[in-house]
Design a protein around this ligand. Structure first.
Ligand code: ADP
Ligand code: MG
Length: 295
């Protein structure tokens, strides 16, 4: 593209709330045939809310309130959005969040903590499995939550499965519309998340995304982009989190959600100020129009 058409395209983008960092990004966007979308905070609003507490019955069974109180303590020092949902949920139910004595966050899996002298594991099925805890009693509840698009948070106390909490996030108003518009432009869509496969599939179904890459650890998100590029795809990546930064940098065009983290914005080529996914559609249309002008 000529410098003038790039300037015009960049200016139009800025007026539409799309900040394009380079001429190269504007030029490459028209070739995108695949757009990979992070789930939490990108397709969804990213403000999850605690919806359910299921406590395992048994000799050492906790009441739902006792379980929630302990879990809220374990999550009090975590910066994960799920943690905020759980501590807020506990306070909303009138519980006082207890102090935590030992705390470890396990990236992409959950937390390990000591609360009231009890050892808690809170997170994915894999987190419990890694600790050698067979959580078969938790599977039915976890599957029921994830089938509804909720994220199950499994809990073990002192090495025993103790319960499952569910946290729900809502999809953004225009996510489905933006996905449909991408498909009409001939662009394929993929959802990419660290969350479990069933939850991701339920969210993908709600917005019409046909392909799901789930249970991807943060350090492997960029590998998934590389793999798609290896299949000959030209890949756009849309994300908001620190976890997404390497994938945003790796993609042919990285698009950051403007309401997301600074790290994601710095790694990306384009920033969608409003955070709405229709910005991805606008960016591709703008790129196509810019390139058409000079041919
Ligand atoms: P994402 O933001 O895409 O869900 P993450 O890599 O941050 O991905 O986390 C992957 C999964 O690990 C989450 O969906 C959740 O199930 C679990 N997890 C991570 N951190 C926590 C936490 N603090 N408490 C409970 N579960 C967690
Ligand atoms: Mg995210």
């Amino acid at each position: 593209a000529t410098p003038l058409s790039v300037m015009v395209g960049t200016g139009k983008g800025a007026r539409a709330g799309i900040l394009i960092r380079s001429a190269e990004a504007l030029e490459t966007a028209h070739r995108l045939d695949t757009v990979v979308l992070d789930k939490t905070g990108t397709v969804t609003v990213g403000k999850p809310v605690l919806t359910d507490v299921h406590a395992v019955e048994g000799v050492e069974g906790f009441t739902e309130e006792e379980l929630l109180r302990l879990v809220a303590g374990a999550e009090a020092d975590s910066e994960h959005p799920l943690a905020a949902a759980i501590t807020d949920g506990a306070r909303d139910r009138g519980l006082t969040v207890p102090a935590v004595s030992g705390f470890d966050s396990v990236t992409g899996k959950g937390v390990r903590a000591t609360v009231d002298g009890r050892a808690l594991l809170v997170g994915t099925a894999r987190l419990l499995a890694d600790a050698g805890i067979a959580a078969a009693e938790l599977t039915a509840a976890a599957d029921a939550f994830s089938a509804q698009g909720r994220t199950p948070v499994l809990v073990a106390v002192d090495g025993q499965p103790a319960g499952v909490l569910a946290v729900a996030d809502t999809v953004k108003d225009d996510s489905a519309r933006a996905v449909a518009a991408l498909h009409r432009l001939g662009v394929r869509t993929v959802i990419l998340t660290g969350d479990n496969a069933r939850t991701a599939a339920a969210i993908a179904r709600q917005v019409g995304i046909p392909r799901v890459l789930a249970e991807v650890l943060p350090e492997h998100k960029a590998d998934e982009i590389r793999r798609l590029q290896g299949e000959g795809r030209t890949v756009g990546m849309v994300g908001d989190g620190i976890n997404d930064a390497p994938a945003l940098a790796r993609a042919d065009v990285g698009l950051a959600i403007g309401t997301g983290t600074d790290v994601a914005i710095e790694a990306a080529d384009i920033t969608l100020i409003s955070g709405s996914l229709s910005g991805v559609v606008t960016a591709i249309r703008l790129s196509r129009a810019t390139l058409r002008n000079i041919k």
